[in-house]
Design a protein. Structure first.
Length: 363
């Protein structure tokens, strides 16, 4: 197992407060990858008006919620499983599949390896290469698949590289995995932020392949990490039955149901988010691309990975410099295959992004 160093997670503002003496409400977190618009006005007013929902149990099958999600994702509601955040669904899926050996495309989110390890499995990594700009070399990757593997885990767009795999290439991967009886788990937490979402969304593939499950949530795009509402999409009805048999009833509370039935129909907020992220992603990418101190990798998600090319700068130095100005970026030395020459930050409101760019670019 690869050892992950201690780090400041995007939600560790209390730790920042105690170490740096900066009140957490005064810190702009460029590390959490959460929609900078915050909770939508429609969701805020709807939850307030329907607070009495907590006086009764939600529908055990969550039928209405699943239909809302299905309409949003353009799939059959019978293909939807809901859970207490995508983390619960990752855990349930791995418990059921019980992989002995899994392959993870990295660097990426450490929770996959943790869950596989808890189930007694071993995790191998296929590293994305810097010389390929952290884009997956599909031909080379396919040559590393074999019958010893039970599970393949892909984050798409990937965190922290913000690179993506097209649906066309995902189909090639699924075909190869089918030959070796490898199940594929695709985490699409950040796919809704992508300009080319229609090219990388793998949900249509669930109509043709039974060896894929797709995970999504509401934490990042809908700025609701505390809601703990996640969902999975798969065309494998046996897997759905197994997960529903194992999972506890009512893991999603009544207010989360109300929230879900509201947010997936909130087209104004969805469009506003996509426009804001697209504009700021382009601006930040161009600004850092023009600097001799950084090499940036074209982002697909709502965050960007940058390599520090100035020999005098490190990720620790830039983290410290930014946090002292009330901005928290991610020191990527904590990710496998990266070191203290990499940072990651998400796109916030224009005025905040301008302030961060000044901090990173000033000599």
């Amino acid at each position: 197992m690869i050892k992950h160093k201690d780090h400041f997670h995007g939600s560790d503002l209390e730790k920042i407060e105690s170490i740096y003496g900066i009140k957490k409400e005064n810190v702009v977190s460029f590390s959490a990858n959460v929609n900078p618009l915050g909770v939508s006005p429609l969701l805020r007013s709807t939850l307030s008006a329907q607070i009495d929902a907590i006086t009764s149990y939600p529908d055990r099958e969550y039928t209405s919620l699943r239909k809302c999600i299905a309409e949003y994702c353009h799939t059959d509601f019978e293909n939807i499983i809901v859970g207490n955040g995508s983390t619960e669904l990752i855990s349930l899926f791995i418990q059921i599949e019980h992989p002995k050996k899994a392959l993870v495309i990295g660097p990426t989110y450490s929770e996959y390896e943790r869950e596989i390890s808890l189930g007694g499995g071993t995790t191998l990594y296929y590293p994305l290469k810097e010389e390929d700009n952290f884009e997956l070399n599909v031909e080379d990757f396919l040559s590393h698949l074999n019958e010893s593997l039970d599970l393949l885990v892909i984050c798409n767009p990937n965190n922290p590289t913000s690179s993506c795999i097209t649906r066309k290439n995902m189909r090639r991967i699924l075909d190869a995995c089918k030959q070796y009886d490898i199940y594929v788990m695709v985490d699409e937490t950040y796919v809704e932020f992508a300009d080319n979402m229609e090219e990388i969304d793998s949900i249509p593939l669930t109509n043709y392949y039974n060896n894929i499950v797709i995970l999504r949530g509401t934490s990042k795009f809908f700025a609701a990490p505390g809601l703990r509402l996640g969902y999975a999409i798969t065309g494998n009805r046996d897997l759905i039955k197994a997960i529903n048999t194992r999972k506890n009833p009512w893991t999603i509370n009544s207010l989360a149901v109300v929230a879900g039935e509201t947010m997936f129909k909130d087209t104004a907020y969805i469009e506003q988010t996509r426009q804001l992220i697209a504009s700021e992603r382009s601006r930040c990418y161009q600004a850092l691309s023009a600097s001799p101190d950084y090499k940036v990798y074209k982002p697909s998600g709502n965050f960007m990975l940058a390599k520090i090319t100035n020999e005098e700068l490190t990720s620790e130095f830039l983290f410290d410099k930014a946090i002292r100005q009330g901005m928290m970026i991610r020191d990527c030395s904590t990710f496998p295959f990266l070191d203290n020459k990499y940072i990651r930050f998400c796109f916030m409101k224009p005025e905040d992004n301008t302030r961060l760019l000044k901090c990173l670019l000033e000599r």
